[in-house]
Design a binder for this molecule. Structure first.
Ligand code: SAH
Ligand code: SF4
Length: 385
């Protein structure tokens, strides 16, 4: 097949190969009349060597390279700012097509491990009462290229590709901006690349999808993915959860836990558990009585619990509980035999902690004022950066 044949296919925009999973890349090359193994070569060039220029792909013939120049591209979103915290956390503001900004955070942990917190949407429609992303309203889904592009850029930023050290990122959590299950196909494609041995080769235990509980999508996920699961619970009963996590009114706790259990039961390896995330907010969900109620609720549910002290942001009146209150809550759960961790607040000095993402950018655009106005009117909140 010559160059003309490709362009005769009526394709107007170039295909961005960055976001294509192995299956999609295989289809792409077969359409070009090429052998399927080209997909593996391309994955390695893009995701293991960090190459975004077809000319550098020395094991691909010149004629195929020039064909690719015409109908394909490898384009990552653009880093706008990079901030380093005193604790080693690094946060990037990333501009995606159309000009919106999302954030990605790399959090180093013990030894040479680091967890990358990746965004899946610009804003979020689910409007949890304690979340700054929710306060922005929903703008749009990220493409698969924009999601995996965050991993690609993070590694590039550390020069990990050049040093052959793409293991700079050892874990990925889909806990940045947005609800990943509301951007199902693109998130699944991107997670497939994270797991693919020809791309990032992460173990399924080291890729975690966090959801506030879109039950039908979680049921679908069980059919196509085996990544680790985190459930954002935040309340021990429906009455309180309805207030904090409005999607609970549609899919209450019992349905959510049943769906999470189905997900875990479907996994091929035994002893999998879900992580229950519980953001502790002073005077709202942090009492000893609520800790006991939570222990009772989760009595037979296979999980570990991660307590996240609330991270304040400018548009919220909520407060972080005292250390004592956090420890008391933790102790009740530990006494009830739950493996329970308290998330240390990282990147505080650069607003990189959970629920604070794009706080600074938002303030710069005076979005907070607009937000308040919208809320007084109880209108659905939508912002454009
Ligand atoms: N939408 C998904 C993933 C992104 S939020 C979800 O809700 O699970 C990632 C985690 O950060 C969630 O557990 C969320 O509840 C928590 N979070 C959001 N805002 C927070 C805040 N201000 N302080 C502490 N944790 C917060
Ligand atoms: Fe969306 Fe998650 Fe924030 Fe809720 S906590 S508004 S689901 S990003």
């Amino acid at each position: 097949m010559g160059d003309d044949a490709v362009c005769e296919s009526g394709q107007l925009a170039k295909t961005n190969l960055l976001g294509l999973s192995r299956g999609e890349l295989t289809d792409f090359f077969v359409t070009l009349g090429e052998k399927p193994f080209r997909a593996q070569q391309m994955l390695k060039w893009i995701h293991q060597a960090g190459v975004d220029n077809f000319d550098a792909m020395t094991n691909i013939s010149k004629s195929l390279r020039s064909q690719l120049q015409q109908c394909a591209e490898i384009v990552a979103p653009e880093i706008v700012t990079q901030q380093d915290s005193t604790d080693g956390t690094r946060k990037w503001a990333i501009r995606v097509t159309g000009g919106s900004l999302v954030e990605t955070v790399l959090i180093p942990s013990d030894g040479d491990r680091a967890t990358l917190c990746v965004s899946s949407q610009v804003g979020c429609s689910l409007d949890c009462s304690f979340c700054s992303t929710g306060k922005q309203g929903f703008q749009r889904d990220l493409t698969a290229a924009e999601i995996i592009g965050q991993v690609w850029l993070a590694i590039k930023s550390y020069d990990g590709f050049n040093q052959g050290n793409r293991r700079v990122v050892t874990n990925v959590v889909m806990m940045g901006m947005g609800e990943p299950l509301l951007n199902f196909d693109n998130v699944v494609s991107a997670m497939n690349l994270m797991l693919d041995d020809f791309a990032y080769g992460l173990s399924k235990r080291r890729v975690t999808l966090s959801t506030s509980g879109v039950v039908p999508a979680l049921d679908r996920l069980a059919d196509v993915s085996e990544v680790s699961l985190a459930i954002s619970l935040h309340a021990p009963n429906d009455e309180l959860r309805d207030q904090l996590v409005p999607v609970n009114r549609r899919y209450p706790i019992a349905q959510l836990l049943a769906s999470a259990r189905r997900y875990i039961d479907k996994q091929s390896d035994t002893h999998r558990v879900a992580t229950i995330e519980y953001t502790l907010i002073a005077g709202v969900n942090d009492s000893v009585a609520q800790a006991r109620e939570l222990a009772l609720l989760l009595k037979d549910f296979p999980c570990k619990i991660n307590l996240i002290p609330f991270n304040p942001f400018s548009m919220s009146d909520y407060q972080r509980p005292s250390k004592n209150a956090i420890n008391r809550f933790w102790q009740v759960l530990v006494d009830a035999n739950f493996v329970t961790t308290i998330r240390s607040t990282r990147g505080d000095d650069i607003d990189a902690a959970c629920g604070q993402l794009v706080g600074q950018v938002a303030d710069r655009t005076k979005r907070s004022e607009r937000h308040r106005a919208s809320y007084t009117d109880s209108e659905p909140v939508k912002f454009v950066l």
